[in-house]
Design a protein around this ligand. Structure first.
Ligand code: KG4
Ligand code: ZN
Length: 344
């Protein structure tokens, strides 16, 4: 009999529910919250309230799109962390209720690990195959990590950001420039018609394989404050070039880390994931690196780059096969260091 996994993701500002038949995604509903746009960042309290509003409907739609009903579901997988406490609580409570009411196993999933496991969703990579060990680069709004992925559930952190995440740096930069939220995709778009060599932002000097993105946002702020003294319209007059130059440095820092990780581990395959992995410039630079260094770069379709429940579902499916189930008294883990299950 086939295994059907219902997956719930609510760690930040997207309410998402997916249904998987083994490693195949039957539905992947993502309900993004527009309420944060006016604040230039996620407001945790508003996020939890919106999750509450959206969760039941998202479950219904995911079932309908998958042409399943609740009785078909073999197990329910849910993001336990890392993420916002209130947001995680909504998804976890819904998952516990389903597990209890349907008498099916509950599976806890680490959100970061799931970003990488999205590469194992059926039909994501048909032409080439990822094989362990490979390098993983997670670049999202909350995380920037270089990983040595030894197996589905065995990861070593090679390097990570010491302060802001790459996506956070893009979002904060966009806020300084008066753009909307999330800023990453807006900067990506405007940068495509900008001159990336017009402005120079200093790269952070950190220990190898680690990253630091908080300084660059400050240098953007100082540049703008200085230039606006002589030109009130400095941002408007240079918007595309500012976006391109700012994005370039962030991408260069990420590529620098990747190059060092390849050098250090001699591993020739790298899989990227997380919202920022949708970035055009980052993808282009990785392609260049792939030709220059003879490495294989694995990217995801855009729908699996940003937060989605399908990735929680694939992680849940692999855990289901191992019978790695969680108890009903699990609580969210807002800062989840390492990747081990902690429910047992
Ligand atoms: O993985 P994700 O959806 O959520 C987290 O787990 O944080 O990532 C969201 C981040 C945001 O910072 C957003 O600005 C960024 O991903 N992002 C992008 C692009 N699309 C989303 N950054 C750069 N270029 C993009 N095209
Ligand atoms: Zn994420």
């Amino acid at each position: 009999m086939s295994v059907f996994i219902m997956a719930i993701e609510s760690s930040c500002d997207d309410t998402s529910v997916a249904v998987l038949k083994e490693n195949e995604v039957l539905s992947n509903v993502v309900c993004s919250q527009a309420v944060h746009n006016q604040f230039g960042g996620v407001v945790p309290e508003l996020a939890s309230r919106d999750h509450l509003k959206n969760i039941i409907l998202s479950i219904d739609v995911a079932l309908k799109e998958a042409q399943c009903n609740l009785q078909d579901i073999s197990a329910v997988a849910v993001t336990r962390g890392p993420g916002l406490m209130g947001s995680l609580l909504v998804g976890i409570s819904a998952a516990k209720s389903l597990s209890l009411a349907l008498n099916i196993p509950l599976i806890e999933v680490n959100h970061i690990q799931a970003h990488i496991l999205a590469h194992f969703i059926k039909d994501v990579h048909n032409e080439k195959q990822l094989s362990f060990p490979f390098l993983g680069l997670i670049v999202s709004g909350g995380h920037t990590q270089l990983l040595l992925v030894k197996n589905f559930f065995d990861y070593e952190v090679l390097g990570e950001t010491l302060d802001d995440a790459a996506g956070e740096a893009l979002d904060k930069g966009a806020k300084i420039l008066g753009l909307g939220f999330p800023g990453g995709p807006i900067i990506d778009k405007l940068a495509q018609v900008g001159n990336e060599n017009k402005f120079h932002f200093p790269k952070a000097n950190v220990r190898s394989l680690h990253f630091s993105f908080s300084g660059i946002k400050t240098s953007l702020l100082y540049l703008i404050q200085k230039e606006q003294q002589s030109n009130k319209n400095f941002i408007e007059d240079n918007l595309n070039d500012l976006c391109a130059s700012y994005q370039k440095v962030i991408v260069e820092m990420l590529i620098g880390g990747v190059e060092q990780a390849i050098e250090k581990t001699k591993i020739k395959q790298i899989a990227i994931a997380g919202g920022v992995s949708a970035n055009t410039k980052l993808r282009k630079e990785l392609e260049r690196l792939s030709t220059e260094k003879n490495i294989e770069v694995f990217t995801l379709p855009l729908k699996y780059c940003t937060d989605n429940a399908a990735m929680i579902g694939i992680a849940g499916y692999f855990k289901y096969l191992k019978k790695d189930f969680a108890s009903l008294d699990i609580m969210p883990i807002t800062r989840w260091e390492g990747f081990r299950s902690v429910s047992k």
